[in-house]
Design a protein around this ligand. Sequence first.
Ligand SMILES: *Cc1c(COP(=O)(O)O)cnc(C)c1O
Length: 422
Amino acid sequence: MTLAERDQKVIWHPYTQMKNALPHIPIVSGSGAYLFDEDGKKYIDAVSSWWVNIHGHSHPHIAKKVSEQLSVLEHAIFAGFTHEPAVLLAERLLEILPKGQEKVFYTDNGSTAVEVALKMCLQFWSNTGSVSRTKIIAFKDAYHGDTFGAMSVSGRSIFTDPFSSMLFDVEFIDLPNADNIAQIKSKINYLSNEVACFIFEPMVLGAGGMLMYEAEYLDQLIDTCQKQGILTIADEVMTGFGRTGTLFACEALTAAPDIFCLSKGLTGGTMPLGVTTCNDKVFEAFMSDDKLKTLYHGHSFTANPVACAASLASMDILLSSETLPNIQRVKAKHEAFAAQIKDHPKLKDVRQKGTILVIEWETGTNTSYLSGLRNQLYSYFLERGIILRPLGNIIYILPPYIISDEDLDYIYKTINQALNDI
Ligand SMILES: *Cc1c(COP(=O)(O)O)cnc(C)c1O
């Protein structure tokens, strides 16, 4: 039996209708921007393996640090105990995060980082005696993860449909622009006494369709919230660690969010780790002789030392002299290509932020065309050795920063070809 056949017998894959799933491609190794399958076919990983890989696959520096850590301390209970990798990583994260962040809470993925952020905010209000502050504000097309709290604050979609009656109520707002900003601000002001927090993906809404909006309007929303005492959560799970051109997307803001959620690129995409950071205001609300004011949350693998070591190694590379120029190089290449195709008649929109390039196919009103188009685009690029995972009619390139100019040019050329063929 082939690996794909053995897989089919025993494995249930994520986001996959298993009834008619194509055989899953067995990957045997990864190097730089490439993944290799068991027949030796090379794929350009143009989506950074679900947006996590920032420095390339099997990076030797991360591999070395992880293997060193494995033979010294692989795991230790994190209540009552601590260890150097967790402390050092917290120190280094707080140094590079936007100003005001003071404490690091560890979890093990993006969804749990969001759950912790939400619990911090809701309990902040119960600890401080404002029990009526239970509402959460989020963007209509947000994506914050797949656990129940994270699902609740995400846009309603076919992903959340079967659970809709179990999701808590959220006040959804539109993405802000010049036309609607005043209206959104007055909605926030109107609701303010009931609102615990506002959670947002800064400037780029990832899974919701790589939608983009301007920092100046997010600044205004955060200001409005903070004037009303509403806590603000920046979900930088996807945008963190250089993805949008700066270390964190929130560097474009003048406002300072109260809480940050990080994961994905945190370990360079090597292994799971999640982080929720907060400022002193949030942290102080939990300092008490009253046991009930404790944040009772944790996971078995909280602050796993090997994951922290991977993260420290990834940060070495991120802050090295090569990475920022690489990010700027990818950004400039994307900009040039975007300018070249933006008026193509088959395209509805081309947008770009840092190392993310988004190309939206025109579909008109024909929804059956839309569902076919996604699979057609996916297969088209895969056959040509490029991994892209379209979100419906939207393709995006979100590569490891080390991707070569040649590989980017090949991807662009193939997109041009697809514009002719599809
Ligand atoms: C992927 C993602 C999450 C969820 O992270 P997981 O590790 O997949 O649970 C949360 N927020 C954003 C913005 C994401 O892109």
